[in-house]
Write a protein that binds this ligand. Structure first.
Ligand code: GLU
Length: 363
């Protein structure tokens, strides 16, 4: 699950979105992008790319020269891929078929395959492999002149977890956000409104923040926000004042990052596994693992090579491979493995884990 930031109001909208995305960088991500709506709705532009926020910034500078003040609203995203590799097309925002609606999404849409089949059948084409893209097309399919209604109807059809922000060319004075299982907060200022997945992306603008609950959506205009349930029952919630400094916000109120990380382990693990381990179907979805079911069925032994914390993760993996798949599994200290002459049989699957991607022994 990664980062969302949205902004509606005057000023340098691309610059504000980039600054917000930078505040979310500490969470890790593989690609980033923004969508911008011009004040009078003449244009809806998406700029996105795999890689770092600095790559996105260069791309914005190249593709949107001297237009920083032309925009009245925007949404931005840092993606951590769950469905489909980190490519240009899979980066968020995603556009609807007619190019009029842009969305960013954190989380996993569990019934996306069925929704996608239906949308393809109805003539929608998909630019990438993400689960998220169905949301943009579904909103277009439900649209009948009222954006809030279309978003509510589309969300009612989603199963899974989401935090989303939606921008539309036809409603350039409106920014919609919603959440279920993935956080969204709203920053309230006199003349502009922000939405984000994390308060750290907002506090440079305002300390007055509304924390949304699951099953709620917010319709934001410059300086105003209207929170309702998905069934559009109004919700009254006064903004809370955040007094923490940015460092403490990034630590979610804990005194140290280590304490925060210890406390967030259950949530972090659930977020990582959600949508990937399909226990009822006896299946797992691991993007990037390009093996067929027949190839996997031939595996007779698993050997996990890693160092340090990755080795501990491998030990947990051994437990699951043996328990769930019934395949004999051993863990190997990579620093020793490389100097042995290990016996690796043709049906052995070697899993090499490195958290930094740079552990020399494992590589
Ligand atoms: N499931 C979405 C994707 O793979 C969103 C991932 C995220 O939360 O960054 O694009």
């Amino acid at each position: 699950m990664c980062g969302i930031v949205g902004y509606i109001g005057s000023g340098n909208v691309p610059g504000i979105l980039l600054a917000g995305l930078r505040r979310l960088e500490y969470r890790g991500y593989d690609s980033a992008g923004i969508a911008l709506a011009s004040t009078h709705g003449a244009e809806l532009r998406v700029v996105k790319c795999p890689g770092k926020i600095s790559d996105l910034e260069t791309r914005i500078r190249e593709t949107l020269p001297e237009k920083a003040d032309a925009w009245g609203a925007g949404i931005g995203h840092t993606r951590w891929a769950t469905h489909g590799p980190p490519t240009q097309n899979n980066a968020h925002p995603h556009l609807s078929r007619n190019g009029e609606i842009a969305i960013v999404h954190n989380g996993i849409i569990e019934n996306y395959a069925a929704l996608k089949d239906q949308l393809v059948h109805d003539g929608y084409t998909f630019a990438g492999d993400t689960d998220s893209e169905v949301i943009a097309h579904l909103i277009e399919a439900c649209y009948d002149g009222d954006l809030r209604d279309a978003v509510a109807q589309a969300l009612a059809r989603l199963e899974g977890a989401y935090g989303i922000a939606v921008l539309s060319k036809r409603h350039p004075q409106t920014l919609i956000a919603a959440r279920k299982g993935s956080p969204i907060v709203i920053g309230v200022c006199d003349d502009r409104t922000l939405v984000a997945s994390d308060v750290s992306a907002i506090v440079d603008h305002t300390r007055r923040v509304i924390f949304m609950n699951d099953g709620e959506m917010a319709v934001a205009t410059p300086g105003r926000v209207d929170v309702t349930t998905l069934a559009q029952t109004p919700v009254t919630r006064e903004p809370r004042r955040i007094d923490w400094d940015v460092g403490r916000i990034e630590k979610e109120g804990y005194d140290h990052f280590m304490l925060k990380e210890i406390h967030e382990q259950p949530r972090a693990l659930a977020d990582c596994i959600r949508g990937r381990l399909l226990e009822d179907a006896g299946d797992a979805k691991l993007s990037g693992l390009a093996m067929t079911a027949a190839e996997m069925a031939r595996i007779g032994r698993i050997s996990i090579a890693a160092c340090g914390t990755s080795l501990y993760a491998g030990m947990v993996g051994r437990f699951f491979f043996e328990d769930l798949a019934g395949i004999p599994t051993e863990t190997e200290q990579a620093a020793e493995f490389r100097y042995r002459n290990p016996i690796i049989e043709p049906d052995t699957c070697l899993v090499a884990i490195t958290q930094s991607g740079e552990t020399a022994d494992t590589l």
